[in-house]
Design a protein around this ligand. Structure first.
Ligand SMILES: *Cc1c(COP(=O)(O)O)cnc(C)c1O
Length: 247
């Protein structure tokens, strides 16, 4: 770690970015409580900070508060942040990925959550082979079958996993979903429960090249319910960094 970074972090901790540390503590205690309600250990949950649209200094503040895994939605923004932020940050791609952009993130992204078609998986296979790496991925499932969202249907999930498991430069690590936006997170419980059940049945099949370890579900509005239903990774943006401004 260089000196500039220490300065940024110390300023962030005591100064105008201290709300980030407070937010993280609050999210962590809610994760803890949801784990207690469902007799789980909080150690089994990864808190991924969704940093899209947020500046580097905020990411450094979250890192100095103890977070290590960050998620981005847009390839260009992800690449810029990877280049300019400390190398001990673990980056995940969580947004819809176009096939022509795959080449920019292979080898730099620990986990791609948003594999939503076999053609995208084939492109990842091709670029990973070229780079000589094996890329960890999740398959995105559109559990609620929303028109506006990407992903395989629940019905197609098993076939998709089987098909993708044939690709030797990809490891399927689990499943991801984004539940509908709602004021009442209880409304999403059935979607989380359905994905968990799918996740368990795929895991029981013990397919080669497939390890169902990561169940990525739950965002700011619904991560507590998602944890109660078996999530192992929650993706929290607003709850850590505040509202996003896209302008
Ligand atoms: C933006 C985003 C999030 C974070 O949403 P918040 O409601 O701000 O927590 C999580 N997952 C995906 C896929 C996203 O695009």
């Amino acid at each position: 770690m260089n000196t500039t970074q220490h300065t940024t972090q110390n300023t962030a901790l005591s100064g105008k970015l201290s709300f980030i540390t407070e937010n993280i503590l609050s999210v962590q205690s809610k994760i803890q409580a949801a784990c207690q309600r469902s007799s789980r250990s909080a150690k089994t949950i990864t808190l991924l900070a969704v940093s899209k649209t947020k500046p580097n200094e905020m990411i450094l503040a979250a890192q100095s508060a103890g977070l290590t895994v960050f998620g981005e939605n847009y390839v260009q923004e992800l690449c810029e942040k990877i280049e300019t932020l400390p190398s001990d940050i673990t980056w995940h791609m969580i947004g819809h990925l176009q096939r022509n952009k795959v080449k920019y993130i292979i080898g730099k992204t620990a986990l791609i959550h948003s594999v939503d078609s076999f053609r995208l998986a084939e492109q990842i296979e091709k670029e990973a082979a070229k780079a000589g790496v094996v890329q960890d991925i999740l398959l995105e499932i559109n559990v609620a079958q929303e028109e506006s969202k990407w992903g395989f249907t629940l019905e197609d999930a098993l076939d998709a996993v089987k098909q993708v498991s044939q690709l030797s430069h990809i490891r399927v690590k689990g499943l991801m979903t984004s539940a509908p936006y709602t004021e009442n997170p209880e409304e999403n419980r059935l979607y989380f429960r359905a994905l968990r059940s799918c996740f368990d049945s795929i895991r029981e099949m013990a397919l080669p090249n497939v390890s169902m370890e990561v169940l990525s579900m739950g965002m700011t509005g619904d991560y507590e319910v998602a944890i109660e239903e078996g999530s192992t990774l929650v993706r929290v943006g607003t709850g850590i960094f505040g509202e996003r401004n896209y302008h």
